[in-house]
Design a protein around this ligand. Structure first.
Ligand code: M6R
Length: 366
């Protein structure tokens, strides 16, 4: 049932070109110029008139939510707040009847997320679920929603669910933006086309696997890791760090790259590998300055760069190339090498990759 792969996690990493195709299929037309997320259209006015969107989630799903915040604010111009479900449920949050609350959960069974849904529902908000498991508790408790349709995820470390969640959030934001008229039509079509190309780009990026396996050997014995990214890639950095922690038990922290100088830079020395997502986007130059700051303190740089990059290649210790996409979809592409890096390091250490210690696939108790 692992389809010839040594672990479910590796199988699930490799499935992503197909799972994202399944996620997009039926929601995008063949020409690639229109997206319809039916759950959003069915509740068009709730979304178009929403004064605010609150996204509640835990763990990896919370990282996807952060990307959702950037997408929705960017394209739909609706203010978004992202909350850990566990905090939201206990902190007496302000919830209005014209708020839309989106709950993201792979399993649909996470206790804190379910409780956050019930709380928001009791305040009269409209609740939208983004789940993977069909008919799960959160899927049933929400008013409407969209499944990510990536198939069963067995490995405790979430991989294909994360990219599926970001894909659904992208389709949700595009559907709302089109209905609201908050994005020029030409731009909308460009984004839909870019999304349609993502599965093919993931097939490309998976070809880096052998290279990542090789370089993972250099870093297997590090005691700490830092992951950095800016903009859309900041949540991808958090997610990369979580993957490494969960399955290799190496301490890792993710930060927005510019936050380095506000504290974490004190940690940099020759023993500290720093994974930097430095793809060629609007803030590429800024990320390069951050890389130089780390290099000046003798940190070891593992950079994720856009194919054809020459500048970062000169500074970084190792580079992993990913194909070019639009900035908004970079975290989908850049998270693949980070999943593979965590996977190979954990395998090198002989860890139980699919069932790491102390963790459960769904956290049904608080
Ligand atoms: O099933 P959910 O998406 O609600 O799960 C949330 C977290 O428990 C989950 O993402 C956890 O952080 C994963 N083990 C991450 O790989």
């Amino acid at each position: 049932e692992k389809g010839g792969y040594p672990h479910f996690m590796l199988k699930e990493i490799y499935e992503q070109p197909k799972t994202l195709l399944d996620c997009i299929r039926g929601r995008i037309n063949v020409e690639g110029n229109n997206i319809v997320l039916s759950g959003v259209i069915d509740n068009r006015d709730k979304f178009v008139r929403a004064s605010r969107i609150i996204i509640v989630a835990c763990g990896t799903s919370w990282h996807a939510a952060l990307i959702g915040e950037y997408l929705i604010e960017d394209w739909c111009r609706i203010p978004v707040e992202v909350e850990y479900a566990s905090e939201f449920r206990y902190r007496n949050p302000v919830i209005h009847a014209d708020d839309v609350v989106i709950a993201i959960s792979q399993s649909g069974e996470t206790a804190d997320t379910l409780a956050a849904v019930e709380l928001a529902k009791s305040k009269g908000a409209f609740i939208y679920g983004i789940c993977n498991v069909i008919g799960s508790s959160i899927a049933r408790a929400t008013h409407s929603g969209s499944y990510i349709h990536v198939g069963p995820e067995i490995g405790v470390a979430s991989t294909k669910a994360f990219t599926g969640q970001v894909t659904v959030l992208s389709m949700l934001a595009l559907t709302i933006a089109k209905e609201k008229g908050s994005i020029p039509h030409k731009k909308y079509e460009e984004k839909v086309q870019a999304l349609k190309n993502i599965p093919a780009l993931l097939t490309e990026v998976l070809k880096q696997s052998d290279k990542i396996k090789e370089l993972s050997k250099i870093f297997t014995y590090a005691h700490n890791f830092i992951y950095l990214g800016r903009g859309y890639n900041y949540p991808a950095a958090l997610e990369g760090a979580l993957k490494l922690k969960e399955i290799s038990y190496i301490h890792a922290e993710g930060y927005p790259a510019a936050e380095m100088k506000h504290g974490p830079i004190a940690l940099i020395d020759t023993e500290m590998p720093v994974v930097v997502i430095a793809t060629a986007d609007r803030i590429y130059e800024k990320t390069i300055s951050n890389i130089q700051e780390i290099k000046a303190r003798k940190g070891k740089i593992i950079a994720i760069v856009t194919e054809g990059d020459t500048v970062v290649k000169d500074i970084a210790d190792v580079c992993i190339e990913v194909p070019k996409t639009i900035e908004e979809f970079e975290p989908i592409v850049s998270s693949i090498p980070l999943q593979l890096l965590a996977y190979f390091i954990a395998v090198n250490k002989g860890r139980d990759v699919d069932q790491p210690r102390n963790l459960a696939k769904s956290v049904t108790v608080e």
